[in-house]
Design a protein around this ligand. Structure first.
Ligand code: NAD
Ligand code: DAU
Length: 352
């Protein structure tokens, strides 16, 4: 059997593929369009590994997806492929709807056609796992209960609206066509191979390059941070034991304000790579104009996943953040490549 991982060259997708193949021998086909956020270097340790097959292409290409599903005898699809950055969705929403909504629609159509051709046993065993976000639930007040699976959808950014639309599509394919879909809604991830447009890697990168550390507004917005390896272990568990038609919220109960997170990164860097002038990296913190429609607080209630499937996160925020800072300090070449545009040039040369 084989699984198809879409968006597997991005941040969470590549962590998932690596963790999957470290945990078992079931082969993986990775389908990724290699946008600016996708990076084959993330999967370089799998070069020459016969259990992994990489294909460059889009989830919007139903013919290609159909070919891969049939050719590899796929028993499950894990869909990470998306445009994922809120700020980019604010400056240019269209690609978010092309990929996250229309791409998901074409992917679902290819999967529906494939599953219809399977024998009864294989059809029963097939799963479509759609990886989504807590941002579909909107924002919480300071004392409001964390997001449960029963919360109404109230997306506030174009990114969140596009992910909410894709979740609805996935649900509709379950209800209308009986496809064995499962949706997961996860909180903010951090860890290795996160593109330095997102808060934690951006702050590390800017700090080391003596640039401002931009805090949107007052910096008191709250996010519920989960180490990426814990997200991956939750997805493996959901794929293994999750019930088709259900949704599962994934989170690690690590609510922090943005300013707390940035100060924690500065403290780690002060200890691990002190500034030559002896000053703290915190001196680089600068408050800038707030993000339009900025959600004030996210928090996940993970009790369904814990109670029904027995999943627990392994990493505390403090240790996970220290591991992450260590990874970025040890992988400055990766950061330099993805931020210089050199990687995109390589992709153009390699794939034409
Ligand atoms: P990312 O931006 O790092 O990676 C996205 C990947 O998808 C890239 O490799 C990109 O090349 C690929 N891609 C884009 N368009 C594609 C297409 N049309 N066909 C095939 N591949 C395509 O994103 P991420 O942070 O790894 O997030 C992965 C998924 O998890 C997304 O669906 C996102 O909404 C969801 N999610 C992310 C977080 C988070 O904190 N990062 C939290 C919860 C859920
Ligand atoms: O909650 C899950 C979501 O988390 C995922 O669905 C998204 O794909 C992922 O990008 C993330 O969205 P956020 O908008 O929460 O993440 P980001 O890293 O962009 O920002 C985290 C917080 O930090 C947010 O409150 C905005 C703030 N921020 C961000 C940047 C880039 C700053 O204050 N300054 C910055 O420069």
């Amino acid at each position: 059997m084989t699984i198809l991982v879409t968006g597997g060259a991005g941040f969470i997708g590549s962590n998932f593929v690596l963790d999957w193949l470290a945990a078992n021998d079931e082969p993986v086909v990775t389908l990724d369009a290699l946008t600016y956020a996708g990076n084959l270097a993330n999967l370089a340790s799998l070069n020459g590994d016969s259990r992994h097959h990489f294909v460059r292409g889009s989830i919007g290409d139903a013919a290609l997806v159909g070919q891969l599903l049939r050719g590899q005898g796929v028993r499950a699809v894990v869909n990470f492929a998306a445009e994922s950055h809120v700020d980019r969705s604010i400056s240019g929403p269209a690609p978010f709807f092309e990929t996250n909504v229309m791409g998901t629609l074409h992917l679902l159509e290819a999967v529906r056609a494939y599953v219809a051709g399977l024998d009864e046993t294989k059809r029963q065993g097939f799963r479509f796992l759609h990886v989504s976000t807590d941002e579909v639930y909107g924002t919480l007040e300071r004392d409001e209960a964390p997001f449960a699976e029963t919360n109404p959808y109230k997306p506030n950014s174009p990114y969140a609206a596009s992910k909410a639309s894709s979740d609805h599509l996935v649900r509709a394919y379950r209800e209308t066509y009986g496809l064995a879909t499962i949706v997961t809604n996860c909180s903010n991830n951090y860890g290795p191979w996160q593109f330095p447009e997102k808060l934690i890697p951006l702050i590390i990168h800017n700090a080391l390059n003596r640039k401002d550390l931009p805090i949107y507004g007052d910096g008191l917005q709250v996010r519920d941070w989960l180490y990426v390896g814990d997200h991956c272990s939750a997805l493996r568990r959901v794929l293994e034991a999750g019930v088709p038609g259900e949704t599962y919220n994934i989170g690690g109960d690590n609510q922090k304000t943005n300013i707390e997170v940035v100060r924690a990164i500065c403290a780690l860097l002060d200890a691990k790579r002190p500034r030559a002038d002896g000053a703290s990296y915190a001196a680089q913190i600068t408050h800038v104009t707030d993000r339009p429609g900025h959600d004030r607080r996210y928090a996940i209630d993970p009790r369904k996943l814990a109670g029904e499937l027995g999943w627990r996160p392994a990493e505390a925020f403090e240790t996970g953040l220290a591991r992450t800072v260590d990874w970025y300090l040890a992988n400055e070449t990766w950061v330099a490549d993805v931020t210089s545009g050199a990687y995109r040039d390589w992709v153009a040369r390699q794939y034409g």
